[in-house]
Design a protein around this ligand. Sequence first.
Ligand SMILES: C[S@@+](CC[C@H](N)C(=O)[O-])C[C@H]1O[C@@H](n2cnc3c(N)ncnc32)[C@H](O)[C@@H]1O
Length: 197
Amino acid sequence: MDKPFSQACENNRQPIFAVLEPLLADKTSVLEIGSGTGQHSVWFAKQLPHLQWQTSDLEGNHRGINLWLDAYPSANLQAPIALNMLENHWPECSYDGIYSANTAHIMPWDAVVNMIALVGQHLQSNGIFCLYGPMSYSGIITAPSNIQFDRNLRQQAAHMGIREFHDINRLALEAGLVLLDDHSMPANNRLLVWQKI
Ligand SMILES: C[S@@+](CC[C@H](N)C(=O)[O-])C[C@H]1O[C@@H](n2cnc3c(N)ncnc32)[C@H](O)[C@@H]1O
């Protein structure tokens, strides 16, 4: 099996890292939810040697993630753990950073609700939660490319679709997470940053 490859990951890793780097400067342990191919993990962990980067995903993606970890090992990069946001299982470790990219529009809405609640329960005080991906605002998706993307997702599977910022932020507030920033990112994406109070 060849390493799985995402061109989007190659394109967005540097802009995402530019936002993450200062936010993670004083953090020690980051959990990535839905590591996907593992490309973000190897790229970010290498540049953040002061912290531990824990990859995770549904088990079906572990083989691919491990291929990337084997090809680009870092002492601070941990092999994937099985984490399904439809379940209430959570790793034993404690994290002061949680990162997830392009997952909220892929996992079912129930899983998004559960993910935010779990993050709120388990993130350390003052820890940060970063969620990257496309969003709608007050029901409106502005970019034509995202309108088409949303249509494609919903045709592919009824449970997928671009999520509403205000719904996610309401869940975050209920979970004790305060919005620090909503970054506009290339290709009509957002990088939302919350802090656990
Ligand atoms: C589009 S990929 C994004 C992967 C990677 N983060 C990236 O930015 O390229 C969506 C990811 O969400 C994960 N995912 C889907 N449903 C999930 C669930 N219920 N719990 C956890 N992860 C899930 C998928 O396995 C996949 O890795």
